[in-house]
Design a protein around this ligand. Sequence first.
Ligand code: GDP
Ligand code: MG
Length: 441
Amino acid sequence: TLSDRLTSVLQNLRGKGKLTDADIDATAREIRIALLEADVALPVVREFIAHVKERAKGAEVSEALNPAQQVIKIVNEELIGILGGETRRLSLAKTPPTVIMLAGLQGSGKTTLAGKLAMFLKKQGHAPLLVACDLQRPNAVTQLQVVGERAGVQTFAPEPGNGVGDPVDVARRGIDEAKHAQHDIVIVDTAGRLGVDEELMKQAADIRDAVQPDETLFVVDAMIGQDAVSTAEAFRDGVGFTGVVLTKLDGDARGGAALSVREVTGQPILFASNGEKLEDFDTFHPDRMASRILGMGDMLTLIEQAEQAFDQDQAEKAAAKLGTGQLTLEDFLEQMLAVRKMGPIGNLLGMLPGAGQMKDQLANVDDKHLDRLQAIIRGMTPAERADPKMINGSRRSRIAQGSGVSVREVNDLVNRFFEARKMMQQMAGRFGFGGGGSATK
Ligand code: GDP
Ligand code: MG
């Protein structure tokens, strides 16, 4: 996976003060392979790598981040940029109803999306109407009606009986019905084929011309991988669209399709679907998708926060010590205070992949608790702080008395410290925190 690749690349970058051209080229090669593995289309990968290289070469040496973290940061920022930066919202018509048309291959999730979107909009106080313009499959209309009922919205459908109706006519009458019954939003569900074909495109284009949508959403299954590009191009040319909805993100797709579709068509991704239930739906967040494609968990958020909270000296000192396992209680205290600036400690630890155990360790460390820990450490002699192993039973009770806590609390702190030191040593090895590279085995 990309995560593994980046981790190994970043291992190699550890300990270097500055990004050299050779470093950047080597990193770029790995990221390129990894993006292809995540199903990003080749031309998109090329473009992306070019951006990253350019930026990395011109990058100033960061005060707060080591070169490895700096590369992740640049890659992440470029990804977010391509995925659309800020989340875009639906644009609503000045005079209602707002017409939203759904287009996409059969099975991409249009009908399901119609229900999800309707429920989403209803919760925001809108009164959506679903319009059933998929008259291709016998049960498509019923499927939309069922979905509409679940979402608690009305569905406009052709009268049963007299054969296959005309979807364009249904679309037109659906809009009239919306105006008449004061629905402020109309969601038009359309038919899809398994592959792109002329007839389908023509029908979708005719519906488009009849209803003049304010938004045409191209619905695409995230699992289709490389095919996303050709499908998106076909719909762009055949119908045109103003936004993209990615579905089936609950599957194991890495999200490469998102990057490809966005880059090739220039249209923003508005929503993401991640399951069959109506609730499995959210507005699209480029930053979350970027970290999914990178597979780095919330490591990225951690980097961001580290950048804000750590000053260089402290980071270097701590990193060197983390790597060699020479962390003292004094450092521990400093780290805790630095970490405190970064937000609730539980959140922070949760962001570190693989730090689950440590999170449990410190799960109940809130700010008040932190104050007590601070008091305990301040109640120790410098020698004890530097070499916590020497803190025996009688020292523990002295420290407890001096800082006004129970012996148990002192025991807890000391034990937790040893656990944390062990854990941090392991993490330093895994994620290249050690600026000096001294943790390499
Ligand atoms: P349409 O042909 O484009 O209208 O697609 P449908 O809405 O009928 O969806 C096709 C199938 O995909 C159905 O079985 C849906 O339940 C399923 N589906 C739709 N969206 C999602 C999703 O986000 N995740 C998963 N796992 N399944 C989905
Ligand atoms: Mg359908």
